[in-house]
Ligand binder design. Structure first.
Ligand code: SF4
Ligand code: SF4
Length: 293
């Protein structure tokens, strides 16, 4: 029997029906046949085991202001070393990072020692897992997060995510996480289904769970007219407020990209949305509009 490197073994899966495997990392629960990949294209069935195609594969590698994540209430005015990889468990029509998401060759191979050295240099406060969806490179994120905290508890791990992750992997990761920005792309299941290829309900669960354990801020990309009605903004804000009305909400302006070619959202629409959200939440910000916040 061939020996394989356990380092590229996925952490969350179960064997099913002979040589098939069921990935249990995210709510898609992909059932993956021998030699096939899961929906996110980052893990595949090799000889009845689920293995990773993205271990140690990173892109972006950049020092960013923490406000760019966006996180406004975690170490303001500091910078953080930020990395991404390829793949995603959503298929958003408006994905701003679709090129790195869908092209594995945009990522290179980097050791964890190299990433950690960067994360702790140049006055960086730590490491941000961002750009594509870090859930689909969970094993790398988890390993780096644990090692960074072992180096010094004061270093920060920051996760920028769509929130589409199952409870067990999330709960395992949260003790090492200092802050999360979680997308709440809409408050409607039909929006998530049509424009993101996912579901809303698991995202709401992630927000509620994460907010109990770490600092959470939320981003909603406002795409007029798809998720900008006063009714929808009110529901977004009240849903967050039911969890905690201190959670900051970032209302970000959409511009045409990828498969979504609607006109940019009107600035007045964003201002009105902020006014509505402010009735329920203490901290609401406008993003992607120079001069407004
Ligand atoms: S992480 Fe990827 S392979 Fe696993 S269930 Fe989600 S989409 Fe499928
Ligand atoms: S969740 Fe983020 S990275 Fe994934 S497709 Fe949507 S916008 Fe792109």
């Amino acid at each position: 029997m061939k020996k394989h490197n356990l380092r590229d073994r996925a952490l969350f899966y179960e064997k099913e029906n002979g040589d098939k495997v069921r990935c249990t990392l995210c709510p898609r629960y992909c059932l993956i046949s021998l030699g096939q990949k899961g929906f996110c294209k980052t893990r595949y069935n090799r000889e009845g085991e689920l293995v990773l195609l993205n271990r140690d594969r990173y892109c972006g590698l950049h020092y960013d202001p923490i406000e760019k994540k966006p996180l406004y209430h975690l170490s303001p005015k500091s910078k953080i070393f930020s990395i991404g990889s390829f793949g995603c468990n959503f298929t958003c029509d408006f994905c701003q990072n679709h090129q790195i998401v869908s092209n594995p060759e945009y990522s290179g191979t980097f050791t964890e020692d190299f990433i950690l050295e960067k994360a702790t240099s140049e006055s960086s406060i730590g490491l941000a897992y961002t750009y594509n969806e870090p859930t689909v490179w969970y094993e790398g994120m988890y390993s780096l997060a644990v090692k960074l905290k072992k180096m010094d508890q004061r270093y920060k791990n920051v996760v920028v995510t769509n929130g589409y992750i199952n409870e067990k992997p999330l709960v395992d990761l949260l003790p090492y996480v200092d802050g999360m920005n979680i997308d709440l792309k809409s408050i409607r299941e039909d929006f998530y289904k049509k424009y993101c290829g996912g579901r809303l309900e698991p995202v709401l669960k992630t927000i509620a769970l994460a907010a109990q354990k770490t600092h959470v801020e939320i981003t909603t990309l406002l795409i007029e007219p798809l998720n900008t009605t006063p009714d929808e903004i009110q529901k977004i804000a009240t849903t967050i407020a039911e969890i905690d009305d201190n959670i900051p909400l970032h209302l970000s302006r959409y511009f045409p990209t990828h498969r979504m070619q609607l006109s940019p959202t009107a600035i007045n629409t964003i201002i009105q949305a902020k006014d509505i959200a402010k009735r329920y939440l203490k901290r609401v910000y406008i993003g992607n509009v120079p001069g407004l916040s």
